[in-house]
Ligand binder design. Structure first.
Ligand code: NG6
Ligand code: CA
Length: 495
């Protein structure tokens, strides 16, 4: 791979002062949290004071996007700075191989090269190992092979086996006399499932899929057996992961900066709040786990304050994709949602090419350094890579889809991207700051979850300023713009 130096550095003297400080960077990525799920954007049906503190005290992006409307591709874009659809990524099973190459440049590698201590804690979902995984020995490659000095991850999702934490490649708490086996194709002889033994599903039952191995009273996707002592406890997960985060901060050597990627597991299904949060909203478990996630953010901020590190830490908060109500379990999310608009007035949601698929909460907070501002600049999560490379004066490989918007992320400018490709379940659309172009696709208009997929019959152009719900196709009055956007999309696809 060829390396080039970013040309801009000399022209921005104020930025070099920041780079010399080498601030810590904490990147918090929630799972399926919608634009309307945080009170920072004005929602009054839920209260997320800790997340709002970041939003109101930093740059509050109203047009910040994930690269994709599902997790694996979105996280691939965020960590590699490459559009995930170039690599045909899709939602991975729990035993899938790592989809980021060990030689690839990543956000973690960038910080590691710059002398940072790097960590990944929480949801991963980018695969681990090279194929057939032996869960009873150190699993490689994983986060530690692509730039993280430390990792403690959920290999895939909370609803997928194996339901264990993997710390630096090793399953946490595993008893060697009770080895773990995982299979996504067929069950183990004589092993009960949610389908065959419904009485085991004491906490929640499936609405779609999710009827394989039952762990902790919750049926999952995929089959596993063994590893009893290593199984995670869903009720304790938030506390366990935030504990790992605060330990990581506590152990930070003086004088060395850190980069920490913290993948919150909320509010992805199954939504199993800790007893402390049960009933904290009137929305049932989906609302309650959002309050739990907000508590986690508060715990981390307090830890940074306690260590005197808050003024030297850039805290970024975002979500991997848009929201969904019923995502495979009968947890009453749809029934109890009430007036809460998780989409924040936008159409679609998780799995969707419509706006709520990828327009997500996006805040950049740096106490004492960033003045509070609301920014409508179009920014994408994959831009953090080039922007931090700029901050750290680090060269970037060619061929990335990451753009340098450091000044915008730090609230000094409101200039964002001219455009970006967004992806949902393998389909592509094109966004500018104010417009969305959706090509015609065939297929089901709604996902199994009920969310609209953004499948349109004819090429459609929407003005997002006047038409948040993307109801009026203005292609006939804006032919030139539509052609430009279509050309831009095609150009990206042929790169
Ligand atoms: C889907 C699952 C859904 C969720 C999603 C991944 C079914 C019916 N649906 O296949 O429950 O796990 O994958 O979500 O199995 S993501 O946020 O990690 O992309
Ligand atoms: Ca997700």
């Amino acid at each position: 791979m060829k390396y080039t130096i970013l040309p801009l550095l000399a022209s921005l003297p104020t930025l070099s002062a920041w780079s010399q400080q080498r601030p810590n960077v904490l990147l918090i990525v929630a799972d399926d949290l919608g634009y309307g799920d945080v009170s920072a954007y004005g929602s009054t049906t839920i209260s997320t004071p800790n997340i709002d503190r970041l939003a109101h005290g930093g740059v509050c992006f109203t047009n910040g996007h994930a690269a994709s409307a599902t997790s694996t591709p979105s996280r691939y874009g965020l960590l590699t700075g490459i559009y995930p659809w170039r690599r045909k990524t899709n939602i991975l099973p729990g035993d899938a191989p790592l989809i980021i190459g060990e030689e690839q440049f990543t956000l973690a590698r960038l910080f590691q090269n710059a002398g940072y201590r790097t960590g990944a804690i929480g949801k991963w979902h980018l695969g681990i190992g090279r194929g057939k995984i032996d869960w009873n020995h150190t699993i490689k490659p994983g986060p530690n092979e692509i730039g993280f000095d430390y990792s403690c991850i959920l290999p895939a999702t909370v609803d997928r086996v194996p339901c264990v934490y993997v710390e630096n490649g090793n399953v946490v708490g595993l008893d060697p006399d009770d080895p773990i086996e995982v299979n996504y194709k067929k069950n183990f002889e004589g092993q009960p499932t949610g389908a065959t033994h419904p009485e085991l599903m004491t906490k929640v039952t499936p609405s779609h899929g999710h009827n394989n191995t039952v762990i902790n009273g919750i049926p999952r996707i995929g089959f596993m057996r063994g590893g009893k002592s290593a199984l995670w406890n869903d009720e304790e997960m938030a506390g366990y992961l935030v504990g790992k985060v605060t330990d990581f901060i506590e152990q930070q050597p003086q004088g060395q900066p850190f980069f920490l990627y913290y993948g919150l597991h909320e509010p992805h299904v199954p939504r199993i709040p800790n007893a402390k949060f049960v009933g904290s909203t009137s929305m049932g478990s989906r609302g309650d786990v959002i309050v739990e996630a907000d508590w986690c953010v508060g715990e981390v901020i307090h830890k940074l304050e306690e260590k005197g590190l808050l003024e030297n830490t850039i805290v970024i908060f975002t979500s991997d994709n848009g929201p969904v109500l019923d995502d495979g379990y009968k947890d009453q999310a749809a029934e109890l949602v009430g007036d809460h608009d998780m989409n924040g007035g936008y159409r679609g949601g998780k799995y969707s090419l419509y706006e709520a698929g990828t327009r997500v909460p996006f805040f950049v907070y740096w106490q004492g350094h960033i003045r509070p501002v609301v920014s409508d600049a179009l920014v994408a999560q994959q831009d953090l890579l080039a922007s931090f490379a700029h901050m750290l004066h680090h060269p970037l490989p060619e061929g990335l889809d990451s753009e340098d918007h450091l000044s915008t992320f730090l609230g000094k400018s409101k200039k964002g991207r001219k455009g970006m490709v967004v992806e949902a379940v393998g389909r592509l659309a094109y966004r500018t700051r104010d417009y969305a172009l959706l090509p015609a696709y065939k297929g089901a208009k709604r996902s199994i979850t009920g969310n609209e997929m953004g499948i349109v019959d004819t090429l459609s152009l929407f003005d997002l300023r006047s038409d948040k719900m993307q109801e009026t196709n203005i292609i006939h009055s804006k032919r030139k713009l539509a052609r430009q956007m279509q050309d831009a999309l095609e150009k990206e696809q042929t790169k």
